[in-house]
Design a binder for this molecule. Structure first.
Ligand SMILES: [Zn+2]
Length: 241
């Protein structure tokens, strides 16, 4: 199995790499840092997992300046999390992003929520997922194997977090003001690097309020749009210029 490119354990090596990177950037694109020193105007807010393997700019193939990012373990939107709320408010009210993307995948955080160990702070963090699992344990445990359970919980978690983001007054106020703002639920395939639009995609209070509850969603799974292997990027209604 190929290993991840290892910069070694020395911090000096990291600083050396930084110098080489900045020089290469300047050589390939002489005005790069001039542009980056200007104001940012990203069109997207990405809410993803802290996992070191999935970085928004890389998987979206976007340059710095094009996507505003919030990450935490298992991409959870706690509606009392000042960090998330401040990022969301700044992105929506100041940067005026048009798309909020909650993106997840079957990661260690979700795996942990499906287990029995409850000994660390992360278990408090994962509580909404844990409780959902315990409430519907028979359904989840009835799935064919651990991978199916992990994938299903990953999808449900994304759906739950999209609902929570859409329930914040920040998003509500933008919609009430007639702002064009979509909240998306996406899933990332670690096995092929592809993003898929899992849904729901919400653009109004009416759409949000018409959604079935997350419990209903667990009990009556619908075929996710991800199974169509539709690339998530196609979900954007606006042209990407
Ligand atoms: Zn994760």
């Amino acid at each position: 199995m190929a290993s991840i490119r290892d910069p070694g354990s020395s911090l000096d090596a990291l600083l050396d790499r930084n110098v080489a990177w900045a020089q290469a950037k300047r050589r390939d694109d002489p005005t790069y840092f001039e542009r980056m020193a200007g104001p940012q105007s990203p069109r997207y807010l990405w809410i993803g997992c802290s996992d070191s393997r999935v970085t928004a700019n890389d998987v979206l193939d976007l340059d710095p300046g094009q996507v505003f990012v919030h990450r935490n373990i298992a991409n959870v939107a706690h509606t009392s999390d000042m960090n998330l709320l401040a990022v969301l408010e700044y992105a929506v009210a100041v940067l005026k992003v048009e798309h909020v993307i909650v993106c997840g995948y079957g990661c260690g955080g979700i795996e942990r929520a499906l287990g029995d160990e409850r000994t660390a702070l992360v278990d408090y963090w994962l509580q909404p997922i844990v409780m959902l699992y315990r409430k519907h344990r028979a359904l989840f445990d009835g799935l064919p194997d651990a991978l199916a359970r992990l994938n299903r919980m990953c999808e449900i978690n994304i759906e739950m977090q999209v609902r929570r983001v859409a329930a914040t007054p920040i998003v509500e106020n933008a919609w009430v003001a007639g702002r064009r703002l979509q909240v998306h639920g996406w899933i990332y395939g670690t096995e092929d690097g592809l993003l898929r639009d899992l849904g729901p995609t919400l653009a109004s209070l009416e759409e949000r309020d018409a959604l079935p509850s997350i419990d209903e969603r667990v009990q009556h799974p619908v075929e996710p749009r991800s199974s169509l292997r539709r690339h998530a990027i196609e979900a954007f209604a606006a042209p990407r210029d």
